[in-house]
Write a protein that binds this ligand. Structure first.
Ligand SMILES: *[C@@H]1O[C@H](CO)[C@@H](O)[C@H](O)[C@H]1NC(C)=O
Ligand SMILES: *[C@@H]1O[C@H](CO)[C@@H](O)[C@H](O)[C@H]1NC(C)=O
Ligand SMILES: *[C@@H]1O[C@H](CO)[C@@H](O)[C@H](O)[C@H]1NC(C)=O
Length: 429
């Protein structure tokens, strides 16, 4: 898909900026004289922060490039090594691992994939360190992320354009090779993490959002099979429940995108055999089919009014939406009642596809009706005073209850928009 449709899901350091500002105010209020002294010292930055902040400011988590990537052919679209960010766990989280697969759309044509090489979604040359603070399920603050704060956390960078699932090569117009190696990247990264301690995990959670949420569903059973039976392995797919529906002009435009990805990048190995036995590979790439085969306990988190899907699946540019649709896509509060009816149809299709989850023991879901996309990796959505709530519980509370089997009622489906008063217009869209 075009770059503008591959919404960046990179975690940036706004929290760090906020904290620094807070620290500065505190310092000014308390000990101006000492501050002057410290400021005069060379390389006073770290010392200044240590003196005036109670906790150390969150540090960026470095990018680790995969070792031996070229030999394994496990490379990004442009042939550079893929990477991940690993933050070690502590205390009783030392042997617990959360693996997050990054999202960021797909590329379904040689041209799109070729263009992607000039971005962090196609080349590690463009990847930078990342901040986990404020990033929901990846946050190390116990108050904001009570169930996973001290786990080992891995953020795997997405640079293949096919949800970590293709295995092929292509040729760009300029004659250079395009590497479609998502499956090899997934396998090589998991293998390297195993050597770094994942092999000793007592519990592991595979997750990801958007294209990474789809990747989570595609790899869930394979991931689980890599551990001994006694290890608790689960999957959490965030905003990865992409629907196989017609757009508003009646075309299966999103099906065409997936068809392009599946064939260009040779996505086959990861698709469920029972689905391939009687359906086209492209259909088996859709979550509605994938979840029928998954045997590992899985949690589906998605908005029934997923802002990305409304923009690019239900009302894509190719469906030639009029001005009224453009403002509705921009902000759900601007949708007319007729448009809301169309959106309700989309949401009902999702709820219908998810009926099979009702019968699956050990599964969970949280299908809210808030206009947003990706809800695990932003603190504001995951667990904050303005988080979407269902049954008066935040996403963090329901996911925690599901993971630790703390309560029944971990399959929550919201009523139709705009019934949920907890849906804030400040959520990321
Ligand atoms: C797993 O634990 C064993 C025993 O504590 C240790 O010897 C080994 O190095 C660990 N393996 C990894 C990959 O950390
Ligand atoms: C959409 O709604 C917001 C607030 O609800 C308003 O500020 C904005 O102007 C509207 N945009 C359009 C294009 O109607
Ligand atoms: C909802 O939960 C909050 C705490 O998470 C609690 O303070 C509040 O009383 C609850 N409201 C209802 C209606 O149960």
């Amino acid at each position: 898909m075009a770059p503008e449709t591959t919404k960046p899901l990179l975690l940036t350091p706004p929290q760090q900026r906020q904290r620094r500002t807070g620290c500065r105010a505190w310092a000014l209020a308390v000990v101006v004289a000492a501050a002057v002294l410290v400021l005069m010292l060379p390389s006073a930055g770290p010392l200044r922060r240590r003196m005036f902040c109670l906790g150390a400011p969150p540090e960026p988590v470095e990018l680790t490039l995969l070792a031996g990537a070229t030999d394994k052919g496990a490379v990004c679209l442009d042939g550079t090594p893929p990477g991940y960010h690993l933050q070690r766990g502590s205390g009783d989280g030392s042997n617990s691992w959360i693996i997050h697969l990054q999202g960021g759309g797909w590329c379904s044509t040689l041209k799109d994939c070729s263009n992607r090489r000039m971005s962090m979604y196609g080349s590690s040359n463009f990847m930078k360190p990342m901040w986990f603070a404020g990033a929901g399920i990846l946050d190390s603050d116990q108050l904001k992320n009570p169930d996973f704060y001290n786990w080992n956390k891995v953020f795997v960078r997405y640079c293949d354009g096919a949800s970590f699932s293709g295995d092929a090569e292509g040729r760009a117009q300029d004659g250079s090779t395009l590497y479609f190696r998502g499956l090899r990247i997934y396998e090589a990264v998991i293998h390297e993490l195993m050597e770094k301690g994942l092999a000793n995990a007592t519990q592991a959670l595979l997750t990801g959002c958007s294209a990474g949420g789809l990747a989570t569903l595609l790899h869930c059973d394979d991931f689980s099979a890599r551990f001994p039976q006694e290890v608790s392995v689960k999957c959490l797919a965030d905003a990865g429940f992409f629907l196989n529906v017609k757009d508003i002009s009646g075309e299966r435009s999103f099906w065409s995108v997936y068809d392009g990805v599946v064939h260009l990048q040779n996505v086959r190995e990861v698709l469920p055999k029972d689905c391939l036995a009687n359906k086209e590979p492209t259909e088996c790439f859709f979550p509605a089919e994938l979840i029928k085969s998954i045997r590992t306990p899985t949690f589906i988190l998605n908005s029934g009014y997923d802002s990305w899907q409304i923009r690019y699946v239900l009302v894509p540019g190719s469906s030639a939406p009029n001005k009224a649709w453009l403002s509705c896509k921009e902000n759900i509060q601007n949708c007319s009642s007729t448009q809301i009816e169309v959106l309700n149809g989309f949401r009902n299709a999702m709820v219908n596809d998810l009926k099979v989850v009702e019968d699956k023991e050990d599964w969970g879901m949280f299908i809210d009706s808030c206009f947003t996309h990706c809800q695990t990796i932003y603190g504001i959505s995951w667990n904050s005073p303005i988080s979407p709530r269902l049954g008066n519980k935040t996403i963090a509370e329901v996911v925690g209850a599901w993971h630790y089997r703390r309560s029944q009622g971990v399959k929550e489906i919201d009523c139709e928009y705009p019934c949920n008063p907890t849906c804030s217009s400040r959520l990321p869209t």
